[in-house]
Design a protein around this ligand. Structure first.
Ligand code: FAD
Ligand code: N01
Length: 555
């Protein structure tokens, strides 16, 4: 039997006065935070709703789930030993391997002893008198701490649309983002998949190979690039490992935190033959490298049109049924402005006799019945329905917690018109509450491992700065936040991104404010900005001394 002090699920384990930082979430963000905060000697308590570590990779166990940033890059860089010793088996590793990696990190750095699993943080209220955050959980914990870090994930709040009759369905239902731990066997079954985003695009070929019948309900087609996944070769692994320090440094300075061999030429600056050659080469290499084929695919409509047309032609060349091919070929938004997908035999799956594509754009799903669903007056019967319907992205997990800042103002109220942050790290009125990869930071537009580590380093350095200066709180000024929100919006509107009904824009959740949530100014430029702000004594932040004196960066 574990002792009180070592049992992380013992809620009396740490009394409030012993906790310096509460972290919510034990995905890649929460794990690295805990490790770094410990390094600073801070007593940290992590609360995690799941039964173990891993976040995204704990929850998304659907068939075919894998990363689409290469594993040599989608991994931590903070420990040289870790990055040298860990071996990935594929170019793009599958979910079980990424989850094992998260578990390995937790074991290697002895992290679990400060993580309380199966516990959801339900409320976090800032007490102005003590300047402590008071935290409540669904298991009755009440703890307080001067610092709160929300490492709750951008894609962790799953979403099933509010389909009429959903409760009547008697077959099995699954959501890709909350997949069962036990094996799901679709053999001999009639399966319906709703959605054709990244999750569906990975799951469909695998489910198709197992199920008797698979019907895919598509509202919006997606552009997808073949992954060309394969086993990790010793040569490729060594290429990275022998030069990890400088390659990682280069990625940190890059636009998306990924080394994609960007071609710094406009698609309009080359001949048609040359353009096709470049696209063809990138298509053969596979993965998101395709979007770096030219330097203006995200900003120039004409350039973007050429890439989109190339991919549509590829789809037409793969899908045998011309009608299905046309339905699968996205036409009404620029390529890349909804998250580009990466697949293994996705379009090929529609050549199988047991796979049917149903367009639900013109005739939306009317209702879920006891045995299936109805759309366009047609009745479909299923043994199982898979909801690949995505997430309440970026803000969902944050707003699911009753967060109250100064004056009892809720974050929900403050963000009613859309998220407002300074640097995606903090929000005015919520002192000492940090977000990891929050809205207003490059976040989901980047290799998240790079962005997570940059945010964690910045937050932990910030806390160290406060402590060294006998300061006890940090909060962005209203002016700095307004300026940043304006900048995020302005930069987004210099691109084609706002043209798509994407989850980046909040468009997938009815009633959610429509604005482009992540910061598209680039990972490298953003890092420089964050570093400069810190170097200038936290420009744009208001710092308070323990004695209540307000200190601004100008002092
Ligand atoms: P998460 O991994 O989402 O972890 C957040 C944790 O917080 C969760 O475990 C959740 O249970 C917990 N939590 C939330 N709210 C509460 C609460 N109130 N109380 C307690 N616990 C709470 N990114 C890439 O860069 N490259 C990829 O290839 C890539 N592939 C992806 C594939 C899939 C299927 C998905 C869904 C996302 C992918 N992402 C990818 C994005 C991915 O989310 C990030 O890379 C990264 O894993 C996020 O880590 P995190 O710790 O910030 O958040
Ligand atoms: O979710 P999504 P996801 N009726 O929101 C459809 C990351 N990720 O889980 O586009 C019918 O993209 C919806 O249609 P529409 C990655 O960042 C990465 O697939 O709104 N359909 C859409 O087709 C990704 O972007 C990987 O018209 C409905 C689908 O459901 C993010 O996670 C793998 C509907 C939802 O697609 C989310 O991806 C997986 C309705 N009422 C995930 N409501 C990698 O490979 C929704 N849809 C790295």
């Amino acid at each position: 039997m574990p002792s009180q002090a070592s049992d992380p699920n013992n809620r009396e384990h740490l009394s409030s006065s012993e906790i310096d930082v509460v972290v919510v979430g034990a995905g890649f963000s929460g794990l690295y935070l805990l490790h770094k905060l410990r390094g600073l000697g801070l007593r940290t308590r992590v609360f995690e709703g799941a039964s173990d570590v891993g976040g995204t990779w704990y929850w998304n166990r659907y068939p075919g789930a894998r990363c689409d940033v290469e594993s040599m890059q989608y991994s931590y860089s903070f420990s040289e030993e870790l990055q040298q010793e860990w071996q990935w088996s594929e170019r793009f590793s599958a979910q079980p391997e990424i989850l094992s990696y998260a578990e390995h990190v937790a074991d290697r750095f002895d992290l679990r002893r400060d993580i309380q699993f199966d516990t959801l943080v339900t409320a976090a209220h800032f007490d102005e008198e003590s300047r402590y955050w008071k935290i409540e959980t669904n298991r009755g914990d009440r703890v307080s701490a001067p610092f709160l870090v929300m490492a709750t994930g951008c894609l962790s709040s799953t979403r099933v649309p509010d389909f009429k009759g959903l409760e009547n369905y008697t077959g099995k239902t699954y959501h890709t983002g909350n997949w069962p731990h036990e094996d799901v066997d679709f053999s001999g079954q009639r399966v319906g998949v709703i959605g054709t985003g990244s999750s569906a695009i990975q799951a469909i070929p695998v489910i198709a190979a197992q199920a008797a019948q698979l019907t895919v309900f598509q509202r919006t087609p997606n552009y997808s690039i073949p992954s060309r996944n394969g086993p990790m070769t010793p040569e490729y692994e060594q290429q990275w490992k022998s030069d990890y320090a400088s390659l990682r440094a280069e990625a940190r300075k890059s636009r998306n935190g990924v080394l994609t061999n960007p071609n710094e030429v406009s698609a309009m600056a080359v001949s048609e033959d040359e353009r096709q050659r470049v696209y063809e080469d990138r298509w053969e290499v596979g993965g998101t490298y395709f979007m770096a084929a030219f330097n203006d695919l995200a900003t120039n409509q004409q350039s973007n049109d050429t890439a989109a047309a190339f991919v549509r032609d590829k789809i037409r060349s793969i899908v045998a049924d011309p009608e299905a091919a046309e339905l699968l070929a996205a036409k009404d938004y620029p390529i890349g402005t909804k998250r580009i997908c990466v697949d293994t035999d996705y379009f090929e799956a529609f050549n199988r006799d047991n796979v049917t594509l149903v367009d639900v754009r013109e005739a939306p799903i009317e209702e879920i019945t006891e045995t299936g669903l109805v759309t366009g007056g047609r009745n479909f019967e299923f043994d199982a329905i898979v909801f690949a319907t995505g997430f309440d992205a970026m803000t969902g997990a944050l707003l699911a917690v009753d967060i109250q800042g100064r004056g009892g103002r809720t974050l929900t109220e403050k963000w009613r018109g859309g998220p407002r942050t300074y640097l995606g790290l903090m929000s005015e009125g919520f002192p000492n509450m940090f977000m990891i990869t929050g809205p207003g930071s490059p976040s989901v537009l980047s290799n998240m491992m790079v962005s997570i580590q940059q945010h964690v380093d910045w937050v932990v350095d910030g806390i160290a700065y406060l402590r060294a200066g006998d300061l006890d709180s940090i909060e962005p000024t209203r002016e700095a936040e307004d300026g940043w929100v304006g900048h995020v919006n302005e930069v987004a509107h210099q691109t084609l991104f706002p043209q798509a009904n994407s989850w980046y824009m909040g468009a997938n959740v009815p009633g959610k404010p429509r604005l482009f949530m992540p910061y598209i100014g680039g990972v490298g430029a953003y890092r420089d900005k964050c570093d400069e702000i810190a170097a200038n004594g936290y420009d744009g932040f208001c710092l308070q001394e323990a004695k209540n004196r307000v200190v601004t960066a100008a002092e």
